[in-house]
Write a protein that binds this ligand. Structure first.
Ligand SMILES: [Zn+2]
Length: 78
């Protein structure tokens, strides 16, 4: 799907007149909180869990890599 089509569908779904209006409506609806969201690492993974969400694929992979390095670190210490 092209960006143009995606943009049109998003504006139609929100009943927005423009992208700026869509962002405003998204914020008011609580879909956007204006805070940048981190993805692809341990912090992003735990943030998903804190928000009660299913972690996205990049965050799952990042968490797997993080746990792998944690286990490797523990082996070196022991
Ligand atoms: Zn994520």
């Amino acid at each position: 799907m092209s960006l143009r089509v995606y943009s049109h569908r998003m504006r139609k779904a929100l009943g927005a007149r423009s992208i700026a209006h869509a962002v405003l409506l998204g914020c008011r609806a609580g879909l956007l909180d204006g805070q940048p969201q981190r993805h692809g690492d341990h912090a992003g993974y735990t943030a998903h869990l804190r928000r009660g969400e299913e972690p996205c694929e990049p965050c799952r992979l990042g968490e797997r890599a993080y746990r792998s390095t944690q286990r490797a670190g523990n082996r070196e210490v022991a």
